[in-house]
Design a protein around this ligand. Structure first.
Ligand code: HEM
Length: 532
């Protein structure tokens, strides 16, 4: 045994030496190309006092669409260009892995899709992606509306209890977070957190875990890997306890799903007869369609990944959509007018989403201005040649293996080179076509995918990346978009919303998602009549 491990160490050392030599050679042959890349200076001091992605934007305007950012001994390449993004995410996707992000998320998500190594990812993506079938999404519409009703009923009750006043104040960000947690619990593993109306140890553990994931993602050094930190540092101990509470809950659900597997349900699932299945959750699909022998540990990692990936992201989209609408009363009225005409007082159905065009565009415009997450993270597995971007070095750059990359979706989405008035909230922009004056970029053309409900990376040729792109694109994109459209429609159907303070008083914080420092406090009033 020990001679085997010595052999393995020797092989690893040999491989590292070879990798280093090949990196040096690549740099040499490319004329040290990476060395000619613009470098953002004064980096570390600028990192404090404002969200990281704001600084990356300033440097993008100053240094161009591909630049190098060095903090101390660590360097990252920051990409803000659709042509380079397309190359990294789609054309040469398998030459990259998730790098620092995998280090951060692996202790939480194990071998779930986001941090998974390539082999595990290939196998699990093939199993999970078919679970998000359009008929599954149709069945989920009921979950989205039921949970949204729970939220709006709670607001109604609060209004009734606010004797005399016809207005309540609440932190809508927290409310959206509860709503999204309830939806993801029911949609992914048929578990009702009930967090809109109550607290529970599992809910507390989910928030504790999210908090830690958030904290870790603002550090790019995995301090939690220091020996014994897990048990000696109180916050790390709490994190381990929180993880255990969630894992026990998920293990129980997996066990139950396996024990209650019935052939009749399997047949219904095979025929995609979701509307007649008691439990249409993704877990049921994974257990029924893939057999009881699906590995419990892998299933748990898959569920945990979707719980984390699909919760705060959606809550953030709703938060920022309201933030922008509250500053544009005429756009809020336009949305409400659409709801009145298309829905009246009815609940939205799967078919109705198709008619709520303005609502859909509001959701994507919120995602354009505040993408979740604002940065995608990659590490090159081998040396690669990045294509020339629209500005900066037209020949591109050769990068060695092991290069860490921040692909700034925030910069892409607010790039003055691809968007008119990039910082303005203007959902209507997605209805217009924009011809390209940039070599290598195909321009913005909403009719590139006929019938697509929501604009995406294809119609914008990678200038708009709300869900990433290429093989590792979000699996839950349509789930999230429909959920957000429905929740927003049901809120605005009944209530007018104003911000409590000025928009400037809402401070931003970023980790995995962009959220507020102290909540998004709003005033809610019941709409007096639907045509207001
Ligand atoms: C991946 C965004 C909702 C599950 C991603 C990625 C983005 C993203 C940008 C790509 C990450 C990368 O390339 O590094 C969002 C946003 C959401 C959302 C903005 C809400 C508005 C959801 C939901 C689920 C989900 C609801 C599940 C139910 C996943 C998974 C991956 C992923 C599993 C990894 C895919 C893979 O690597 O194969 N998401 N997501 N997401 N998302 Fe989402």
């Amino acid at each position: 045994q020990s001679s085997t491990s010595t052999d393995e160490t020797k092989t690893t050392k040999r491989k590292n030496l070879l990798d280093n030599a090949s990196n040096l050679l690549t740099n040499f042959l490319s004329g040290g190309k990476i060395g000619s890349m613009p470098i953002a200076e004064g980096a570390v001091s600028d990192l404090f006092g404002k969200p990281f992605f704001f600084s990356l934007y300033d440097w993008f305007i100053e240094h161009g669409s591909v630049y190098k950012l060095a903090f101390g001994p660590k360097a990252f390449i920051v990409v803000s260009d659709p042509i380079v993004a397309r190359h990294i995410l789609r054309e040469n996707a398998f030459s990259y892995d998730k790098g620092v992000l995998a280090d951060i998320l692996e202790p939480i998500m194990g071998k779930g899709l986001i941090p998974a190594d390539l082999d595990t990812w290939k196998q699990r993506r093939r199993v999970i992606a078919p679970g998000f079938h359009s008929l599954y999404l149709e069945a989920m519409t009921k979950v989205f509306t039921d949970c949204s009703v729970r939220m709006t009923s709670k607001f109604d009750e609060l209004l009734e209890a606010s004797t005399g006043k016809n207005e309540i104040e609440l932190d809508l960000e927290a409310e959206f977070s509860s709503l999204a947690l309830d939806i993801i619990g029911l949609g992914v593993f048929n578990y009702d957190f009930g967090s809109v109306t109550k607290e529970s140890p599992v809910i507390k553990a989910v928030y504790g875990t999210l908090f830690e994931a958030e904290h870790r993602s603002t550090f790019y050094i995995p301090y939690w890997k220091i020996p014994l930190a897990t048990w000696l540092v109180p916050r790390q101990r709490k994190f381990q306890n929180d993880l255990k509470v969630i894992n026990d809950c998920l293990d129980g659900l997996i066990k139950n799903a396996k024990e209650t597997r019935e052939e009749v349900d399997v047949e219904k699932l095979q025929q995609r007869d979701y509307l007649n299945i008691k439990d249409a959750s993704l877990l049921r699909f994974l257990v029924d369609m893939r057999g009881v022998d699906a590995d419990d540990c892998q299933l748990r990692d898959d569920l945990m990944t979707m719980l984390i990936a699909g919760h705060e992201t959606t809550a953030a989209v709703l938060t920022w959509a309201i933030f922008f609408l509250a500053q544009h009363p005429s756009k809020m009225k336009k949305a409400q007018a659409e709801i009145d005409v298309m829905l009246g007082q009815e609940r939205p159905t799967f078919e109705a989403i198709k008619k709520l065009e303005y609502l859909r565009l509001i959701v994507v415009e919120a995602l354009r201005l505040y993408p979740q997450p604002p940065l995608l993270i990659r590490r090159s597995l081998k040396s690669d040649r990045l294509p020339g971007g629209y500005n900066g070095d037209k020949d591109g750059y050769t990068i060695p293996a092991g290069t860490d990359i921040f692909l700034s979706v925030y910069n892409l989405h607010r790039s003055p080179y691809f968007w008119d008035n990039p910082n303005d909230f203007e959902p209507e922009r997605f209805q217009r076509q924009k011809a390209s004056q940039v070599e290598g970029w195909a321009g913005f053309n909403p009719s590139r995918i006929p019938g697509a409900l929501y604009p995406n990376e294809i119609i914008s040729d990678f200038a708009f990346l709300p869900f990433g792109g290429g093989p590792r694109k979000c699996v839950g994109d349509q789930f999230a978009l429909m959920e957000s459209t429905i929740a927003l429609a049901m809120l605005l159907q009944k209530f007018d919303v104003n911000l409590k303070g000025s928009p400037e008083s809402i401070e931003l914080v970023t980790g995995a998602t962009i959220h507020t420092k102290n909540g998004m406090w709003c005033q809610l009033k019941k709409r007096s009549s639907s045509s207001d």
